[in-house]
Ligand binder design. Sequence first.
Ligand SMILES: *[C@@H]1O[C@H](CO)[C@@H](O)[C@H](O)[C@H]1NC(C)=O
Ligand SMILES: *[C@@H]1O[C@H](CO)[C@@H](O)[C@H](O)[C@H]1NC(C)=O
Ligand SMILES: *[C@@H]1O[C@H](CO)[C@@H](O)[C@H](O)[C@H]1NC(C)=O
Ligand SMILES: *[C@@H]1O[C@H](CO)[C@@H](O)[C@H](O)[C@H]1NC(C)=O
Ligand SMILES: [Zn+2]
Length: 464
Amino acid sequence: MPCVCIGVLLLPWFPCTWGKCIFDQVQKSIKVVSPPTGQYASAHWPLSEAAINVPVTASEDNPAPKPQRSKRAERHVESMAVPQPIRIKIWIPSESPALSDWERERLMTAVDEAVNKVSSLLSVRRVPDNLLLNRDINKYCKFIWRNSSTVNHMKCGRAKENYRFESCFGVNIPDEHLDGCAVYPHPEHPVPTVLKPEGMGVPDTDFLLYVLAHSTDKCRAESSLLAYAAHCQADPEGRPLAGTMVICREPLNMERYTHEHYVQTVIHELFHVLGFSKDLLSQRKDCSLSSQAGVDCWSHGQVISTDEMGQARLYSPTVIRAMQKHLNSTHTDLGAPLENKDVGSDGLSSHWEARVLQGSIMAALLVEPSLIRIDHITLAALQDIGWYSVNFSRAQSLVWGEGEGSQFGSLSTCHNSSTFFCTDSALGCHYLHLHKGKCLTDPYLDGCHIFKPLANAASLPFFV
Ligand SMILES: *[C@@H]1O[C@H](CO)[C@@H](O)[C@H](O)[C@H]1NC(C)=O
Ligand SMILES: *[C@@H]1O[C@H](CO)[C@@H](O)[C@H](O)[C@H]1NC(C)=O
Ligand SMILES: *[C@@H]1O[C@H](CO)[C@@H](O)[C@H](O)[C@H]1NC(C)=O
Ligand SMILES: *[C@@H]1O[C@H](CO)[C@@H](O)[C@H](O)[C@H]1NC(C)=O
Ligand SMILES: [Zn+2]
């Protein structure tokens, strides 16, 4: 699904809400490109080294033209190393409008801080050589040789005349970031015509983020949208390799959005594009056990399902343990609940349920920056996707719901007042005790009420 995270300023009586995320809507509009695999892979191989080695015809001495392991496969072997902090490279595409010094400074300091934060939290098996993105065979190829008795079986036979470039969510990917592609004009003739040569790739990079500061239609449609993002390329195991983040240009110039708003928005969006999405979480694969090349990651099957109360939950082992610890419960079926308010056509959201995990960086609505936590449960979900090794010692305590038991935040209990929920519209204390609060609800709380911080100059600089 598409993933766009946005800052949306809601009603004036609800002053602490600024960030709503539209990730699910945007990610679903993207076709994610992966390296050619299986049959299609051979269409790619001869381009680099194999072209020289592949014999013209198969014979007894000269066995069937099986391309040797590609460069990519070798890279894959090398990449089976100890996870190290993920290297996220920022690339400003050439179509990015010229920014003022102020805008550029604001954008880059926030993006850099978010990237450093994320790479201090997540480690990956690093991409050994330069990162090279893939071309979509369906974009450049008009037809593929289908006759299995021919040398060029499953290779591209004709280029599409209008093939020009690959794009990533609206950004044209530079040729230097892309693998090459070729066509085989004759079914029996193994020498390809190179359409596009292999690019240099991007050094020291495990994830390439195109950052575009622009006033897009989506930004204009929602004046308080801060940013949105989606990933567009993945490795053979499905790990996202590249994505685009659009930073809406107008809010970038508004003083009410602070550096911290931007940092947290970018972290939230980065978590989405790196895998915190209902699609990637539900296809969760375990690659940690495949120590040898060629051993595919194994899938744990469906980990998102609906409990007896109709609440969608993420049931993966580290997440369940994190929920049990957080709520102090031994309930064995305690998956982390997903938001029921911003769901797509599949009934699922890529955010946590606000009643239960209020204040998490991966809740649907970002609140006042000082109240947001990069919590243990969010990190557990990223760990359980299978591609990342997470440094849990850097998790921030969520406080919300701590030790409250497995029923915490349910509609059957939230209407009783407690440390966390309130019932009338009185004034009280926000649960972190940093702010005076007013007992309010919001569209994600399903009628439950909580103390929301009152705006004041010290805690809410964006309202000054
Ligand atoms: C497939 O290719 C072989 C070898 O060139 C040829 O003999 C055969 O007729 C082809 N089959 C079809 C269905 O075109
Ligand atoms: C995890 O983070 C802590 C700091 O919070 C640091 O001391 C430790 O070295 C990190 N562990 C790894 C494996 O990077
Ligand atoms: C967790 O629950 C147990 C039993 O209900 C209780 O004894 C313990 O004090 C609780 N721990 C915390 C940290 O709330
Ligand atoms: C919570 O409220 C429900 C009714 O809404 C009531 O049945 C229940 O006893 C209350 N629980 C507590 C602990 O007050
Ligand atoms: Zn989001």
